[in-house]
Design a protein around this ligand. Structure first.
Ligand SMILES: Cc1ncc(COP(=O)(O)O)c(C=O)c1O
Length: 438
């Protein structure tokens, strides 16, 4: 154990002195071990993980199949680069072609290291394939920390106070009915004005050279906000009419997180390109762009990511997909997620600070507001209190949203109903304390 003999205070001191300040931990616990949905800190205290390292640990911590696959590969061949052929990468590409909702077997993949890189590559590919250059993201969307991805990210807090951003990058209105930027109340009344807005945006804000729209089916960092039911069915014909590609960012929503293998499957449309990371590698760093072959093949290259297609990461991804399928984790995500969401909706009826609960599967967001009528976002003090009180009860939950006032529940997909019950108990206790103190 590398941390043998170290105290939490010593680890914190090391981080404060040697790690850049922009890395901001949410608390002072130092975690050393995980198994399934359980974590242990350096003092041996046990916690319930309701965040999965941001939707990464979908199959649970330290799954034996993952450990075996990674150990086997690392012992034989750790890295070579894609300049030389190895087997795990094309085997993984075939597996992805079988499961990504793009017409079975009809896709080709490019591998990289992260969600940012996957989205950057997808955008480059779309620009090459269409010979056009404008790219739309969504308000409240998060796409990464690169040039294009930070530019299309629709959350000011994640733009690091920088600018100007890349020209030719634009935003569609967010699809969050609870805070509709177009002043509507519900998609049933406005006929999906947020999706239809693209028609006017193309005519007024672009030079009609739009290559792609990049959309998360459910916005993650945006606080777990669902695209309304027919959002993509309204958007897709507008894209087709204008020969614009639909890039679906499944970085958070992929691999069973939403109770389907991919988030877009809830919406009945076929994407042109899908981007993947986080849960793909079950904990190891890997990103992927999956595209229809006729799009993929327009990019002759060369393109290269030093660690892209790394054999160890690819074996980890294959093991994670196998576990997800063999252990019925997608179904479990749907069932336990439904139970957890129903419990949160029930709590929202009785708690003054808990409003809008959204999400699918084990991907649920809950708005914390100090005035439900005015939808006043809860302050940082209230939000920190909720997270801290949950931590005192040995539970990790997340936070996000436009005003950073949404609680995010995204536990490993092996989460049990009993663990969901515990989550509700702890969250209610933390919420009650925060309400009482405000
Ligand atoms: C939807 C989405 N896309 C892209 C990214 C960027 O991924 P990464 O942090 O692996 O670069 C994230 C990260 O949280 C994300 O949530």
């Amino acid at each position: 154990m590398i941390e043998e003999g170290l105290t939490a205070a010593e680890v914190i001191q090391l981080q404060d002195q040697y790690v850049m300040k922009c890395v901001e931990p949410w608390n002072e616990k130092v975690f050393v071990k995980g198994k399934g949905s359980t974590l242990w800190d350096i003092e041996g205290q046990e916690y319930l993980d309701c965040f999965s390292g941001v939707s990464v640990i979908n199959i649970g911590h330290a799954h034996p199949k993952m450990v075996a696959a990674v150990s086997d590969q690392i012992n034989r061949l750790t890295h070579l680069s894609t300049l030389y052929r190895t087997a795990p990468m094309p085997i993984l590409a075939k597996k992805l072609a079988e499961i990504v909702p793009m017409g079975e077997g009809r896709s080709k993949s490019f591998f990289c290291n992260s969600g940012t890189e996957a989205n950057e590559h997808a955008i480059t590919l779309a620009r090459i394939a269409t010979k056009k250059f404008e790219i739309f993201g969504l308000q409240n969307g998060f796409y990464g920390r690169g040039g294009f991805t930070m530019s299309i990210t629709g959350l000011g807090a994640w733009r690091s106070g920088l600018g100007p951003f890349m020209s030719g990058t634009l935003h569609l209105p967010m699809y969050h009915c609870y805070r509709c930027p177009l002043g509507h109340h519900h998609y049933s009344e406005c006929g999906y004005a947020c999706a239809n807005y693209l028609k006017i945006a193309l005519k007024t804000q672009t030079s009609n050279r739009t290559a792609a729209v990049v959309v998360e089916p459910i916005q993650g960092i945006g606080g777990i906000v669902e695209a309304p039911p027919d959002y993509f069915k309204v958007l897709k014909p507008i894209l087709e009419e204008n020969q614009i590609l639909l890039i679906v960012d499944e970085v958070q929503t992929g691999f069973g997180r939403t109770g389907m293998m991919f988030g877009i499957e809830h919406y009945g449309v076929e994407p042109d390109v899908v981007t993947l990371a986080k849960g793909l590698g079950g904990g190891l760093p890997i990103g992927a762009v999956v595209a229809k072959p006729e799009i993929a093949d327009t990019f002759p290259g060369p393109d290269f990511a030093t660690f892209g297609g790394n054999p160890v990461s690819c074996r980890a991804a294959l093991a994670a997909i196998e576990v997800t399928q063999e252990e019925g984790l997608v179904k479990n995500s749907a069932e336990v997620g439904e139970f957890l969401k129903a419990g949160l909706v029930e709590l929202s009826k009785h708690h003054p600070f808990l409003d809008d609960v959204e999400g699918k599967g084990l991907f649920i967001g809950a708005e914390i507001t100090t005035d439900k009528e005015k939808k006043t976002p809860a302050s940082n003090i209230v939000m920190t209190r909720i997270l801290d009180e949950a931590l005192k009860e040995k539970m990790l939950i997340g936070r996000g949203g436009l005003y950073y006032n949404r609680i995010r529940f995204q536990p490993p997909l092996c989460f049990t109903r009993k663990e969901a019950e515990r989550t509700l108990e702890v969250f209610e206790k933390a919420l009650t304390i925060a309400e009482g103190a405000a």
